[in-house]
Unconditional design. Structure first.
Length: 324
């Protein structure tokens, strides 16, 4: 750090402020310091920083459902943002979620002396378990469709489902059928709520959702059932993989997408643009969810009261699978 300070022509305290993204440094000085860091290829010493800050410089993560697109991309965002802030990550991956497993996971991370915890388990069981447990450690949870709270990072999935449903109704379809995710997932509930609210507001019939399990196979089975329903013209699937299965079932039964039935998915996985036809879907920046989770946790660690973080907003990505 002394060499960086000498090359930039500043004090080592100024270098420390730049490294820790603190205030009190002009843009011109910050640029000089960052250039000196690049030239010298300086890397901070984690052990020294931990000693100076009385922190372990580790963030704990309790995860569940990483096979799904949203949580997996969110985890990448958490790891990248934590690393940029000088933190390592310690992950406990759960196979099942209840009060016992959540208590065990939190206890493991506390024993490992993490500075704070991010819960990346977007299911109702995790929410209920956390409500029954107490911890003095700063904690932030990913909560799809949740209400504003300082310890929550939210995706506005109700708004995302509304976007999809409104687009299909605006295109002239009499109603929209829904293939939902599995029970117990916070995203499943939020997407059903958004879909149902739009149909109720417009006085359109709401057929019971057909539940899937996020997989393409479950979407295919749902598509076979939907193809037997007279007058099906529009389908909103709870994720892109199930939408792919729905379109495959329709194709096997001679229904054309979008000429006979319009289909919209959810999540905007990278492959969705390459479906045939390309999938119209709802996009969320899940990597930003991870970045905001780390930022919120670090603010809490610094003793601030940041208030509720703003929700991640959806975007409707128009492709060829829906006439909208």
């Amino acid at each position: 750090m002394i060499d960086v300070a000498r090359l930039a022509g500043v004090s080592h305290q100024t270098v420390s402020r730049v490294m820790n993204q603190a205030g009190g440094v002009t843009p011109e000085v910050r640029e000089r310091v960052e250039e000196a860091i690049r030239q010298l290829r300086y890397r901070r010493n984690p052990a020294a920083r931990a000693l100076a800050t009385s922190r372990s410089m580790n963030v704990g993560i309790v995860s569940f459902g990483l096979a799904q697109y949203g949580p997996s991309v969110t985890l990448t965002g958490i790891a990248d943002e934590a690393r940029a802030a000088g933190y390592a990550t310690n992950i406990v991956s759960l196979m099942d979620v209840d009060r016992s497993t959540m208590r065990e996971a939190l206890g493991h991370l506390v024993t490992d002396s993490v500075d704070g915890i991010i819960v990346l388990a977007p299911v109702e069981a995790a929410l209920a378990a956390l409500g029954e447990l107490e911890t003095d450690m700063p904690l932030v949870m990913f909560h799809p469709g949740g209400a504003p709270a300082t310890d929550r990072i939210r995706t506005d999935e109700i708004a995302g489902a509304r976007l999809a449903t409104e687009a299909l109704l605006d295109a002239g379809h009499p109603t929209v059928h829904h293939v939902s995710g599995p029970p117990g997932w916070l995203g499943t509930t939020a997407r059903i709520d958004g879909w149902a609210a739009v149909l109720a507001e417009r006085g359109r019939p709401a057929h019971p959702p057909i539940p899937g399990d996020w997989t393409t196979e479950s979407g295919y089975l749902a598509g076979l059932r939907l193809a037997e329903v007279p007058g099906v013209r529009a389908v909103f699937a709870g994720n892109d993989q199930m939408a792919l299965g729905v379109m495959k079932a329709f194709a096997d039964l001679g229904l054309r997408v979008p000429e006979d039935v319009s289909v919209i998915g959810f999540d905007d996985v990278p492959e969705s643009a390459f479906f045939r036809p390309g999938l119209t879907t709802v996009n969320f920046d899940f990597a930003e969810v991870g970045r905001r989770a780390v930022d919120q946790l670090l603010r809490l660690l610094d003793g601030h009261d940041p208030g509720p973080a703003p929700p991640i907003r959806p975007k409707l990505i128009l492709r060829e699978s829906a006439r909208v």
